[in-house]
Design a protein around this ligand. Structure first.
Ligand SMILES: Cc1cc2nc3c(=O)[nH]c(=O)nc-3n(C[C@H](O)[C@H](O)[C@H](O)COP(=O)(O)OP(=O)(O)OC[C@H]3O[C@@H](n4cnc5c(N)ncnc54)[C@H](O)[C@@H]3O)c2cc1C
Length: 736
């Protein structure tokens, strides 16, 4: 279990062999890879007791009773590490779906996200994209949020208990990001009191819909609501609305007349999900199947506008919060594999230095083995940067869920004042975090060299599955524009306000720094040494504004915003413009950069929000976590440092200080790298990697598991041999 039951697995994962001998004498290892990780743990500063770090990382909403409950849920028998066919994976995923639902019912876990941290942690245990995931994460919350009271009574109970299983059908072949461009129609038929749902052209086919291919019995379907000419009023389209649409007979899984559905075939990843495609042919549903909590169509065919529709944001925000939390969990798996493997992997000798400060080189059988690749600074830079992001994004996930909970409470009391910030922040963080995590998972793969390319490493599957989550629920750039625009609007507001007006502006905490723009943009960095840059950011009594690194990040965001305001005014001549799309297009790259710089500040803020917990850690753990925070910030500064110099905020000497500080942090983190990934507490059966097992021995596991390739056994081997005889032997015998 990730993050829930700190260290309970480790007790079961101690090396099974005597520390002096290889457990496999008949086929010996040259180097004792089964000992290396335990040595790493023994010689670290943190030590092998990572329970306080586990507590820091655990979902803040979980009570000890819930932790206990989650630890009772047995694991589903894991499937082989090597990749089975997509067909076999989907069959496994159906078994897993049944298991998941049975456990949810048995342990009375409410499948609602993200109010329910238990559910999120439960899904970690399932740890595969399963068709029921769409039901829990999209279908049920949308019904809950957008159905009126009568509809909730009709459908919600069935949905919660799995008597109907749903999907969320919005995207079409021709449109995803531009929801207004969707072409499926829902036309009201006054005579029968029904809606006629229709797919008028190939572009309108629903496409990519998770669980639609084979599993879902129902869909929440988005379609353009059309009310034909009536009572002297002309026909009118009212835009996208959500409909509750039966698709399959739950007794037979046969599709209903008028519904054509197909699984859409093999994909880059997400093999265990039946993403589907659908064409509806003049398909009729009752009028009351339109979700009517907000907008309504009456029996007479009148459209009633929603009084308040802002609550519909709830599902979107909850899904984005879920995706950010899930992103860090995917990354924690990838970085655990890469760091544990890198500690075991050795290449070349580094004369007189094994790269670890203060330690003596290991001597085995009178020879010094080659250097662990984890001792090379370049490897450390790549891996520890990912490690720092993993911690930072975990804290960001906690923060987003808290934001969502606060928002729902505020909105229920009729206060919508923080909605714009929440919308801007969650869109940006979803875009920023998922894009970075995808890149980071690939860094983890590359840092495992050739073995990272094997499916047995587990890394290709993590990448493929996560790539789906990075694109679903909003594409990176399209989402970034929303955040960029929100920041630009807030910043313009700040610029217009003077003195007291500016102080009194009510801004959310993620954008509050903009109030200091005048001071920050006039300032220069006064750090004279590495120590000035690496001042302890978590010390007691220190205010956030005293944090030198966060202020450097904020300078970048403000500098970009200030340039963008000037550019925007130039483009529009300071006037209101009707041609917003042309201006948006010109500003697109600026908005993207603003989103990234702003989100870097928000992620640092989320890290700092965990300060009270960080202060409770042992001094050693606290130092390690502080180093990760500093490395996260310095990497963001270093990756685009030239504007700081061009603007005179930093001098050349300070650029070198940043690089020196990064190197100092890498050396500081090195001894604790293995315990820092152990703290994610991911059992081997969830990790499913021959390279990343808790007890190491990576080569032995790789060797044994590779033997299981289907080429080496049974029917496949026989067919291969016969085909070799038929196709290749003629070449050998020179018969071609
Ligand atoms: C595995 C998977 C599962 C999915 N599951 C579901 C599901 O269950 N239900 C569902 O409804 N959908 C689902 N989707 C669809 C998903 O939500 C969309 O694919 C996603 O939102 C991206 O939209 P798009 O495909 O239209 O991309 P596009 O918008 O076509 O993006 C293509 C390119 O155009 C660029 N672009 C687009 N607009 C602009 C602009 N205004 N300015 C500049 N550049 C622009 C983008 O940045 C991108 O580079 C799923 C997708 C995948 C891959």
């Amino acid at each position: 279990f990730h993050n829930m039951t700190p260290n309970n697995q480790h007790a079961q994962q101690q090396p099974s062999a005597s520390p002096l001998s290889s457990p496999h004498q008949s086929f010996p290892s040259k180097y004792p890879l089964h000992l290396i990780l335990s040595k790493e743990r023994q010689s670290s500063n943190i030590g092998s007791d990572t329970s306080s770090l586990g507590t820091l990382l655990a979902s803040p909403g979980l009570t000890s009773h819930q932790l206990e409950l989650l630890s009772q849920i047995p694991s589903y028998p894991s499937h082989p590490i090597s990749h089975p066919s997509r067909f076999a994976q989907f069959i496994h995923s159906l078994h897993l779906s049944r298991y998941a639902h049975t456990q949810l019912v048995k342990y009375n876990i409410d499948p609602q996200v993200p109010q329910n941290d238990v559910f999120i942690n439960f899904m970690d245990k399932i740890d595969e994209p399963i068709p029921l995931f769409m039901h829990y994460v999209m279908f049920v919350p949308t019904l809950d949020n957008q159905a009126d009271e009568t509809q909730r009574r009709m459908w919600l109970d069935d949905a919660r208990h799995g008597r109907i299983l749903g999907c969320y059908a919005q995207t079409e072949i021709g449109h995803g990001s531009n929801v207004r461009g969707l072409l499926t129609t829902a036309t009201f038929d006054h005579d029968t009191d029904q809606f006629v749902i229709h797919t008028p052209c190939v572009e309108a086919c629903k496409f990519w819909i998770g669980a639609l291919g084979k599993t879902a019995t129902h869909a929440i379907l988005m379609a353009d609501l059309i009310i034909p000419a009536n009572k002297g009023k002309p026909q009118k389209s009212y835009g996208m609305h959500a409909f509750f649409v039966p698709l399959r007979d739950p007794d037979t899984f046969d599709t209903l007349p008028g519904v054509e559905v197909w699984d859409l075939g093999d994909k880059f990843g997400f093999h265990s999900m039946d993403n589907g495609m659908m064409k509806l042919n003049q398909y009729r549903i009752p009028r009351r199947n339109m979700l009517m909590r907000f907008a309504q169509v009456t029996r007479d065919g009148d459209y009633v506008r929603p009084k308040v529709d802002k609550l519909t944001y709830g599902t979107m925000v909850s899904t984005r919060a879920y995706l950010v939390a899930a992103a860090s969990r995917h990354l924690s798996k990838a970085i655990t594999i890469s760091i544990r493997y890198s500690a075991q992997r050795s290449q070349f000798w580094q004369a007189g230095d094994d790269g670890r400060d203060g330690s003596t080189p290991v001597v085995i059988d009178g020879t010094t083995p080659e250097t662990s690749v984890l001792n090379y600074l370049t490897q450390q830079h790549r891996l520890f940067s990912v490690l720092a992001e993993t911690y930072a994004f975990m804290f960001t996930g906690h923060y987003m869920r808290q934001m969502y909970t606060d928002l729902m409470a505020q909105m229920k009391s009729g206060d919508f004042s923080t909605l714009a910030e929440l919308h801007g922040t969650t869109a940006g963080l979803k875009s920023y975090v998922t894009a970075r995590v995808l890149d980071d998972i690939d860094v983890c793969r590359k840092t495992c060299g050739g073995h990272g390319f094997s499916n047995l490493s587990g890394l290709p599957q993590i990448f493929g599955d996560f790539a789906a989550e990075a694109i679903a629920e909003g594409e990176e750039y399209v989402l970034s524009f929303q955040t960029g625009r929100f920041c630009l609007k807030t910043f313009s507001q700040v610029l217009k306000a003077t003195g007291k007006e500016c102080e009194d502006l009510k801004l959310g905490e993620t954008v509050n720094y903009m109030k200091d723009s005048k001071v920050l943009l006039q300032s220069t960095l006064d750090a004279q040494s590495v120590d000035d840059l690496l001042e302890d950011p978590f010390q007691e009594g220190q205010s956030e504004d005293d944090d030198v690194l966060i202020n450097i990040l904020r300078f970048k965001a403000l500098q970009l915003l200030s340039q963008a305001v000037t550019k925007y005014q130039k483009l529009t001549n300071g006037q209101q413009t009707n041609n917003t799309s042309a201006v948006d297009n010109e500003m697109g790259m600026d908005l993207y950069r603003i989103m990234k710089a702003h989100c870097a500040c928000t992620v640092a803020l989320c890290f700092k929000r965990h300060r009270s917990k960080i202060l409770k850690l042992t001094p050693e753990s606290r130092r390690a976590i502080t180093a990760l925070y500093q490395l996260y910030c310095l990497n963001r500064i270093e990756e685009d440092i030239s504007p700081y110099v061009l603007d005179g905020f930093m001098n050349k000497q300070q650029v070198l200080l940043v690089q020196d500080a990064v190197r100092k942090l890498l050396r500081q983190i090195r001894p604790d790298a293995v315990p820092l990934v152990d703290a994610f507490n991911i059992p081997d059966e969830t990790l499913r990697s021959v390279l990343g097992k808790y007890n190491g021995d990576a080569y032995r596991h790789l060797f044994e598991e590779a033997k299981n390739s289907e080429f080496n056994h049974g029917k496949a081997e026989r067919i291969l041999k016969a085909t070799l005889m038929r196709e290749i032997q003629p070449i050998l015998r020179s018969k071609i």
